[in-house]
Design a protein around this ligand. Structure first.
Ligand code: AMP
Length: 598
């Protein structure tokens, strides 16, 4: 029930006193966006004034925006790499941040094939927790009664390594779930999970998923919302259920735990929970043995009000599949965040995915926006495009996000393109347009054009003995299968038809491509099982010429036509698929270990 109007919020009546405080905080931050930004920049520059990086640009104690903008360059990860390498090797002097770097967060964005290492400091955990604490108060405005049940969230930790200097390197969510902030979070009736911490914190993905699914099935009627961080993760859970429901049903029937669960913490905690439930086992068996899984989520978890998953950006490709399995449940995208910094939240989380806008919270970092003009890309140098402050962006325009963080990134280009859709008070709201330079993505992997090109070059070495070359290629992220997989279309020039490439050689080409792709891709294949084997589809000679004819018939200029290196337009896919002469899959897993190659 809503609390009395004395603490009502412009966002709507809060569900409880705690929510009122959170909504009040959002109001304060967004009303004073510009002043908060000014204060945040001054704080960052003041505390880090003696760092090697800032001293190099001679701010001489200035903390104002004008001096900052005139002295500090806009940079990318590659510019920071030498400093980051020194920190990774054990240099504890204040290079980027006055506060000690507590660990590195390994981004899904890569540099030279390896995850980028983002420095972070201990207090950033508080900022992340603060942003998380705002999500349910906003959701409670739109979906009442979430305190009457639980959330089934599939959350995972991933492997971590240490840098040569001894700092931990791990993904931001692994860092967060393993922190005391998460593990000892206070009880909040609106935010109770079916998954025990022990299951979330197990690094073995099978054991973690199995026990989270088992708990979710046991409490199926209590589940009011179902989620994962990204849409691909939730679909992976559904696939897991398809593959493992028999064992899950057996365990439910007997009150036992699958032998493959060996993690002592999970075993202990599940021993307290598990009890035989033959009725539930019959239900699971009946539902899961049906051939048709349409609407399975709503059948198994009938009280689910919405799916909590990110379906913006690259994840939009999963919306039709989620709709299929859920029978069209609402999809809520609640937040926008990265390893570098948590940015903001969606103040209208039950809106349609195509209408999602994120409100950047001005207390999280100092934000600048580089105007992005796609049509003049390359013609207008970055240096002549003036960066705009958070409160000064214009509705309808596209910008690239540039951040200055407490942890020591200064005017750092995140690589995300955002479009301003409106304002909440004086804080702008952004539609996530895309990440720059991403051609293919299934899960958190991001493959750019240069990486794909290199992978093709490496694979084609194997065709030499057949005197065969690849004349044209394009690619496609096939998400109709779970997990999704990369499809590469090849048109070959076979110079000696008597010696055309063998089936085995083309299969090995698939694997050779996978070996060349970046470590996030290979981790998805090997450790997370979130990406399926890469497929090469060989198409008939002349197919790419037909593709060009098609593009020209639709208005492309013949002089400027370039083969698209990634396709997703249905008529083009249909054309390509109708010309396929053979399809080949990677016969093995590529190499991957948590250790970095460099
Ligand atoms: P990572 O550095 O691996 O944590 O990835 C962060 C990136 O994921 C961001 O810079 C975005 O490109 C993407 N991302 C994060 N949240 C969202 C979202 N809500 N919608 C679309 N893309 C997102």
């Amino acid at each position: 029930m809503a609390v009395d109007s004395a603490i009502s919020s412009p966002l709507g009546p809060p569900a409880c006193e705690k929510d009122a405080k959170a909504l009040q905080f959002i109001e304060e931050m967004t009303r004073n966006a510009d002043a908060v930004q000014e204060r945040v920049l001054a704080e960052i520059l003041c505390r880090n004034a003696q760092t090697e990086y800032l001293k190099r640009f001679e701010l001489k104690g200035a903390t104002d925006r004008e001096t900052f903008k005139s002295r500090i360059p806009i940079i990318t990860y590659e510019d920071l790499q030498p400093a980051i390498q020194r920190i990774a090797n054990g240099d504890r002097s204040p290079i980027l941040s006055a506060h000690p770097i507590s660990e590195f967060l390994t981004s899904s964005g890569t540099s030279a094939g390896e995850r980028k290492l983002m420095p972070t400091i201990q207090e950033e955990l508080n900022r992340r927790q603060l942003l998380y604490s705002l999500l349910m108060p906003v959701m409670n405005l739109y979906v009442p009664g979430l305190d009457k049940g639980k959330g089934l969230y599939f959350l995972f930790v991933k492997s971590e390594t240490r840098t040569p200097g001894g700092l931990l390197a791990r993904p931001v969510l692994t860092s967060y779930y393993k922190s005391e902030h998460f593990k000892t979070r206070p009880y909040d009736p609106h935010n109770v999970y079916t998954s025990p911490n022990e299951a979330i914190l197990c690094a073995d993905s099978f054991q973690s998923m199995y026990s989270q699914m088992l708990c979710g099935l046991r409490e199926r009627k209590q589940v009011l919302r179902l989620g994962a961080v990204f849409a691909s993760g939730l679909l992976r859970a559904i696939r897991f259920l398809q593959l493992n429901w028999t064992q899950l049903a057996n365990d439910i029937r007997a009150g036992t735990l699958n032998q493959r669960i060996t993690d002592p913490a999970i075993k202990d905690c599940m021993a307290q929970i598990l009890k035989p439930d033959p009725e539930l086992a019959d239900f699971v068996t009946e539902e899961c043995s049906k051939d048709n899984w349409e609407g399975i989520i709503s059948r198994i978890w009938p009280n689910t009000k919405y799916l909590d998953v990110i379906v913006t950006g690259a994840m939009a490709q999963y919306i039709p599949t989620l709709d299929y399995y859920s029978g069209g449940l609402p999809l809520a995208c609640t937040m926008y965040a990265s390893s570098e910094c948590y940015f903001g939240l969606n103040l209208n989380p039950m809106c349609k995915p195509s209408e999602v806008s994120y409100t950047i919270m001005p207390n999280m970092a100092y934000f600048e926006f580089l105007p992005h003009e796609p049509n003049s890309a390359g013609l207008v140098p970055d240096s002549t495009r003036k960066l705009v402050d958070l409160a000064d962006v214009e509705v309808g325009k596209d910008y690239e996000l540039v951040i200055t963080t407490y942890a020591g990134l200064y005017r750092y280009r995140v690589g995300d393109i955002l479009r301003v859709t409106g304002f909440h008070n004086s804080a702008p709201q952004f539609h996530f347009v895309r990440r720059k330079n991403v051609l293919l993505s299934i899960d958190s992997d991001k493959t750019d054009e240069a990486e794909l090109q290199k992978a093709i070059e490496n694979a084609t070495q194997l065709l030499r003995e057949f005197n065969t070359s690849v004349v044209e290629y394009t690619s496609y992220a096939d998400t109709k299968t779970i997990p999704g997989h990369y499809v590469i279309y090849w048109e070959l020039l076979v110079k000696d038809p008597e010696n055309s490439p063998s089936e085995d050689a083309l299969n090995r080409c698939c694997l050779a491509m996978e070996e060349s792709l970046n470590s996030v891709y290979r981790q998805g294949r090997v450790a997370d099982n979130s990406i399926g084997p890469l497929e090469i589809r060989v198409v008939k000679n002349g197919t790419f010429e037909e593709l060009m004819d098609y593009a020209i018939s639709r208005g492309a200029s013949i002089n400027q036509y370039k083969v698209p290196r990634c396709v997703n337009f249905t008529p083009i896919m249909e054309l390509l698929d109708s010309r396929v002469v053979s399809a080949h899959f990677s016969p093995a897993l590529p190499h991957w270990t948590p250790e970095r190659r460099r």
